[in-house]
Design a protein around this ligand. Structure first.
Ligand code: FES
Ligand SMILES: [Fe+2]
Length: 434
């Protein structure tokens, strides 16, 4: 089941092939002048040229989270993934591989597939019926009188794909960054026990946030604002991101409860051979990552008011529901919560400098029955509420960045991961500009 809100396609950004030298110098200086420990200057959130640069240097170069295997379980299943000026087809082939093709017809450029998801054999462009194989080869073009027409020269353009622990990543760069292999080795052992290949989509939500993609990611990197999430606060300890010595008096009791829950979670993880240690390399590698397994409040099973399970079916080979949340953040566009009873994936797909699509997908065991093993409203309640609250926070910041009165403010200690994300972003773009 999918809900969707569409932005007009005309609002999507177009990639600049090359910036005029003067403009490039201005932007390069803006990056060089970035003040460490402070939020970014307004143009990073509002300037269409910087957005074009982001599409080129970040979304054009890095591995981007596209979706999970639950979204394309069978040969012929596909999703279309749009960000900035790009549209990609991510398709399961008969051989079981994942192909990524640019969704741009080689005749006159029409979008070939227009649905967000579906199943297809050959790919037929709706304009003049040019027909491509699932590998992207042009296999039929009715071209009366074209003596010299060589179909081999007009395959759909291809991009790279990777599938790790059931998550699908795409990269449109000619040569994708190699260090993703190292990052994949870090996260695979944490996620594999939840076995995404045996899950199905319970619900998928697409929200358009009126905010730059970086504001969406920044907002997700701290819980300083978690007082604004009453539903989430039932299960997520509001001490997230704090360390001993930073805990305010009113959270001391919560901190103690958190510590106790965490040590009993770690004991269970050791018993089951599940990794739980924090690995944090947000700005120290190209494929920036943070992963950990952290306790949840109450029963410690799921994102419910009392922490109890929201689906009766355990995922994969897990033997216990009380596994807290294995949470992962991957630069540049995703975060995840893997629980004993369900998984939630979050992908951020920039539309333009002031709008981003946030796609949230709830996955449950493929044999879990709605209404019997889980109640869809209850399963999705906490994060639907939280997403709406986060959307509002992001939009407040976007409005602020558009005001001439805005100037960068200091990050607090509990916002160190926001800073790490920004460090990563600035470094990546600077490398691209160099
Ligand atoms: S644009 Fe696709 S067949 Fe003409
Ligand atoms: Fe939030």
């Amino acid at each position: 089941m999918t809900t969707s809100v569409n932005a007009p396609l005309s609002a999507r950004g177009k990639l600049a092939s090359a910036l005029p030298a003067e403009q490039l110098a201005e932007i390069t200086e803006l990056f060089a002048l970035r003040r460490t420990g402070y939020s970014l200057d307004a143009p990073f959130y509002t300037d269409p040229t910087i957005f074009k640069l982001d599409m080129e240097a970040i979304f054009g170069q890095h591995w981007i989270f596209a979706g999970s295997v639950a979204e394309l379980p069978e040969p012929g299943d596909y999703i279309t993934v749009d960000y900035g000026p790009y549209s990609l087809i991510v398709l399961r082939t008969d051989e079981g591989d994942v192909n990524v093709l640019h969704n741009v017809c080689r005749h006159r450029g029409a979008r070939v597939l227009t649905e967000a998801a579906g199943s297809t054999g050959n790919l037929v462009c709706g304009y003049h019926s040019w027909t491509y194989s699932p590998e992207g080869n042009l296999i039929h073009a009715s071209a009366p009188g074209e003596a010299k027409f060589d179909k081999n020269c007009f395959a759909l353009k291809r991009a790279h794909s990777r599938e790790v622990a059931g998550l699908i990543f795409v990269c449109i760069a000619d040569v994708p960054p190699a260090d993703f292999d190292e990052t994949a080795k870090i996260f695979e052992p944490y996620l594999a026990p939840h076995d995404l290949s045996k899950t199905k989509i319970a619900y998928q939500q697409n929200i358009i946030e009126e905010g730059n993609w970086k504001l969406v990611m920044e907002n997700n990197r701290e819980c300083y604002h978690c007082d604004g999430h009453p539903e989430l606060a039932c299960s997520l300890f509001p001490t997230w991101g704090l360390t001993e010595g930073l805990v305010p008096a009113h959270l001391e009791e919560v901190w103690d409860r958190n510590k106790e829950a965490q040590s009993s979670l770690e004991e269970r993880c050791r018993r089951y051979g599940l990794p739980y240690e924090v690995v944090e390399e947000l700005d120290t590698r190209i494929a920036g990552i943070r992963i950990s397994r952290e306790s949840l409040d109450g029963e410690g099973e799921s994102f419910s008011a009392d922490g109890r399970r929201l689906s009766k079916k355990l995922l994969g080979d897990l033997r216990d529901f009380r596994l807290g949340r294995c949470s992962m953040h991957l630069q540049p566009n995703s975060w995840f919560h893997f629980l004993g009873d369900h998984v939630i994936t979050f992908g951020v797909f920039p539309i333009n400098e002031h709008q981003s699509l946030v796609r949230t997908t709830w996955l449950v065991a493929d044999d879990a029955e709605e209404g019997v093993d889980y109640d869809l409203e209850k399963l999705t309640y906490t994060w639907k509420q939280t997403n709406l609250q986060d959307k509002a926070f992001v939009e407040l910041c976007q409005q602020g960045a558009a005001s001439p009165a805005y100037e960068p403010g200091p990050y607090m200690k509990s916002e160190y991961q926001v800073e790490a994300f920004i460090n990563w972003y600035v470094k990546r773009v600077q490398e691209h500009l160099a």
